[in-house]
Design a protein. Structure first.
Length: 171
């Protein structure tokens, strides 16, 4: 049995933004939104000479909506979430144990049992541990480089393979 692994994580705006972008744009809704913007842009290119100015402006807006405007909105929302949330504005302490993940901040502790994990995903910069289809714990790898492999090994061992999408290094 492994010993407990403790890390402290302070979320930054870029971590929240990456989580939100990944969650939205890899969903069916996000893919359809981008396809809509691309289709509107293609229609604009084909028909802009025959359209009136107002129609062209609406088409340009539609083309930019999910490719520029919504990502900018997500960045603004990420700033608000990280800075204004009492939980996210301070560091969270995670202790990985044989029972689950103990999450603590100030004097509050919550044990997140391994069997309650819905999904685990690894990106280049983040480890995402989902507690529900839309909510999860964001663990920026840069803040616990030395323990990253140990944490991934523990998660891989404790969480069902169907929900755990981690890349383990083969030595």
């Amino acid at each position: 049995m492994d010993k407990n692994i403790e890390i402290s994580v302070k979320l930054k705006t870029r971590h929240m933004y990456e989580f939100q972008m990944r969650h939205y744009y890899l969903s069916a809704q996000g893919v359809l939104a981008v396809l809509f913007s691309v289709a509107v842009f293609v229609y604009y290119l084909i028909s802009h000479k025959t359209n009136d100015q107002m129609t062209n402006l609406l088409l340009i807006f539609g083309a930019l909506l999910f490719t520029v405007i919504y990502p900018f909105h997500m960045w603004q929302r990420s700033i608000q979430l990280v800075k204004l949330s009492p939980v996210l504005s301070k560091a969270l302490n995670y202790t990985f144990t044989s029972e689950g993940i103990l999450i603590s901040q100030d004097n509050d502790d919550v044990l997140f049992p391994w069997e309650d994990i819905k999904k685990v995903i690894e990106t280049r910069r983040l480890l995402l541990v989902y507690s529900s289809p839309k909510n999860g714990y964001i663990l920026p790898k840069s803040q616990y480089k030395e323990q990253c492999d140990s944490i991934k090994t523990m998660i891989k061992r404790e969480v069902d393979d169907e929900v755990c999408k981690l890349k383990l290094r083969e030595n």
